[in-house]
Structure formats: structure tokens, C-alpha cells
Design a protein around this ligand. Structure first.
Ligand code: F6P
Length: 363
């Protein structure tokens, strides 16, 4: 009997369970493959004994509605940059993908489906170069992966952010306040931009368009002068002023990323320093954007990605990542998908349309 391994890596994301269920149904029900999950990304298979879960009908029934991942996940222990502590307690990062590949072979898997963001897909690509029959499935609320028009999880994050934005408008209006709402997205402004358009924000600040504090302040003052005594701002966590830096804190030990967050407070400080007279309040949405049940669109996209991933396995089309392009589910080479990122184009139609609607980007 053939055996397939599924892994979910990086931050959790609404829709992960729907992908797992999609793979399971196609692989087990239709083709009779055994389906295993590695607990906490590929860390599970590297443990002694390996931490694996054999998926069954009861373990996967109805999970497409649930957020998170039944396989658990981690954004630590990336095999491409595996943290190893020396005797002095100094951490250095090493590529251990050859060891991961050897373990996958040892465990006798016929194929691997790796569900994750840019970091995970770079791991998929490296494992493919080590001869592992692997398929990638793109996930991230940030929507910053190349090779696909959209990742699952993004629409859910935008919906949650928009619902929150709508709630903040009522307070802005009632108190004549400047409300700043910070959303996730790392170096990409997709969540911020979509939320700003959906919610009707007056100002949207994204990493791709560094802002000028004075221009942001002018937009605020203009609006108050026109008698509209409140304003709503959406800012992406990775945004920064033209002459400034991103707002971050150090990641946990062994984590390859810094932790973004807090730019809403930084913007409030900058505005006050520039002479803003209005009352300002900041809301950092944080992980609620990744939580809870996926919206229907993400359930569908994630399910289709799962089904397509297993079809690629049956075709033997390894080294590819499933993708959504021009309203079709297709696939791209992992080597191409991991070359660069999908950022908001400052000259693209989305930004131009928002500007045409009167949204200021502070540029
Ligand atoms: O990549 C998804 C994401 O939610 C980013 O938007 C955010 O910066 C990061 O993960 C947060 O990571 P963590 O859950 O490790 O704090």
C-alpha cells in the first residue's frame, strides 16, 4: 500500500484543515493510499520516535470548518537554517535538508505534500533537489507568495480585518477620533489594502509605499477642516515612514524572523510629534486575523488545492506547487515560485483605484 506524508509548516492559517481533508479524501477514499501527518511541520518526522499521526475518516471528518491545523505547526526549526547551539550557548544556523530527506526515505513515504508559506516552499524545493517526491501547497494570510494569484487564508484575514474596521468606524465617528488599525502581512500590504478598500478607510499605509508623516497629517487635517470630524487609518505591520525603519522586536530564540508589530503606536507618536491636534487611538489586530473558521472562499480554495496536490502526486509531477491563476487551479515549478515575493504594485490598478476613491497612501 502506498503512503503519503502531509506537513503543515509556518504560522497557522484558516484553511489548513480543509487542504488536509481534501488530500485525505482523494488519497484514502479514492485511491486507497495511507495518509500520515507529521506533527509540528517536518519536526515530527525528525523526532525519535517520529511523531506521526495516521489520518482516518474520523480524524478528518468536518475539519474543513475549523481554523488552525490538526497536525500542529511551528515556524522554528527550519531545516534550511536549523539552529544548533554550541558549548558556549552560541546559536548558528545549518542546512540539514539532507537529513530530513534521508528520514523521509527511511520512513518509506512514496510522496510528501508540504503545506506552507514562502519558508516552507523553499524547504519543499530543497527536498525536491534531494530527490524527494514532493508537492507544495501555498498558504499564508499575507498573500505574498509568487506563482499563485491568491493563497488560502488571505480572504478570511481580510474579512476579519474588515469586520474589525467597521466596528472602529463607529467609535471614530462618535468621538471625533483618529483611529489607527494595524493589520498583519509582513512585507506585503495586501491585507491592509483590501481592508482599506472594503472598509472605506481614508488612509492606507503599506510597506510597498513608504509614507511621509506630514502628508498623512495633511490628509487628517483636511478632513477635519471639511467638517468630517473623524478619520480611519489602516496600516500594515511592515509599513514605515520614508525616512524611518520598520517597527519590530526580536523573535524567539531559534526563530529566523523578527516579530513585526507596533507600527500603529509609532505612527501615532509621529503624528503627535508633527503637531496632530486630534485624539488618536490605536488597535493592533494581531492573531485574530488568523483565527477561527475560514470563510467559504478559503474553504473552497483550500479544498481544491488539496485535491490538486494529490492529483499531481498521481501524475508524478513532483517539484511543483499548486496554484490559483486566472480562475483555474494549476501548478508552477517550486523553483520559480520561490524566486521572489508577491508584493503590492504601487502602480497597479488596486492602488490606483484606491487613490481614485480618495484613499491617501501618505506618498
Ligand atoms: O505570515 C503570517 C503572519 O501572521 C504574519 O502576518 C505575521 O507577521 C507573522 O505571521 C506572525 O508570526 P507569529 O505567529 O510567529 O507571531
Amino acid at each position: 500500500m502506498k503512503k503519503i506524508l502531509i506537513s503543515t509548516g509556518g504560522g497557522d492559517c484558516p484553511g489548513l484543515n480543509a487542504v488536509i481533508r481534501g488530500i485525505y479524501k482523494r488519497a484514502k477514499h479514492e485511491k486507497g493510499w495511507e495518509v500520515y501527518g507529521s506533527i509540528e511541520a517536518l519536526s515530527g518526522i525528525m523526532r525519535n520516535p517520529p511523531e506521526l499521526v495516521k489520518l482516518t475518516r474520523s480524524k478528518t471528518a468536518g475539519i474543513h470548518v475549523r481554523g488552525g491545523t490538526i497536525l500542529k505547526t511551528t515556524n522554528k526549526g527550519n531545516p534550511l537554517m536549523y539552529p544548533i547551539k554550541d558549548e558556549q550557548g552560541q546559536i548558528t544556523f545549518h542546512d540539514i535538508t539532507d537529513r530530513v530527506a534521508a528520514r523521509i526515505r527511511e520512513l518509506g513515504f512514496d510522496a510528501v505534500i508540504n503545506i506552507g508559506g514562502d519558508g516552507s516552499q523553499k524547504i519543499s524545493e530543497a527536498l525536491h533537489r534531494h530527490g524527494i517526491p514532493i508537492i507544495g501547497v501555498p498558504k499564508t494570510i499575507d498573500n505574498d507568495l509568487k506563482g499563485t494569484d491568491m493563497t488560502f487564508g488571505f480572504q478570511t484575514a481580510v474579512q476579519i480585518a474588515t469586520d474589525s474596521f467597521d466596528k472602529l468606524v463607529t467609535t471614530a465617528e462618535s468621538h471625533h477620533r483618529v483611529m489607527i488599525m494595524e493589520v498583519m502581512g509582513r512585507d506585503a500590504g495586501w491585507i491592509a489594502l483590501h481592508t482599506a478598500i472594503a472598509g472605506g478607510a481614508e488612509i492606507c499605509l503599506i510597506p510597498e509605499i513608504p509614507y511621509e508623516v506630514n502628508k498623512v497629517l495633511k490628509r487628517i487635517n483636511d478632513r477635519y477642516e471639511k467638517g468630517r470630524g473623524f478619520i480611519n487609518i489602516v496600516i500594515a505591520e511592515g509599513a514605515k515612514a520614508k525616512d524611518g525603519t520598520i517597527t519590530f522586536s526580536a523573535g524567539e530564540e531559534g526563530s529566523e524572523h523578527v516579530r513585526l508589530g507596533g507600527v500603529a503606536f509609532e505612527l501615532a507618536r509621529q503624528l503627535k510629534a508633527a503637531g496632530c491636534k486630534q485624539e488618536i487611538r490605536e488597535t493592533v489586530l494581531g492573531h485574530v486575523q488568523r483565527g477561527g473558521t475560514p470563510v467559504a472562499f478559503d474553504r473552497v480554495l483550500a479544498t481544491l488545492f488539496g485535491v490538486k496536490a494529490f492529483e499531481l502526486v498521481l501524475e508524478g509531477a513532483f517539484g511543483r506547487m499548486v496554484s490559483f491563476q486566472n480562475n483555474t487551479i494549476t501548478s508552477v515549478a517550486l523553483a520559480d515560485a520561490t524566486q521572489s515575493y508577491n508584493h503590492v504594485d504601487p502602480d497597479g490598478f488596486l492602488v490606483q483605484a484606491a487613490k481614485g476613491m480618495g484613499v491617501s497612501f501618505g506618498d
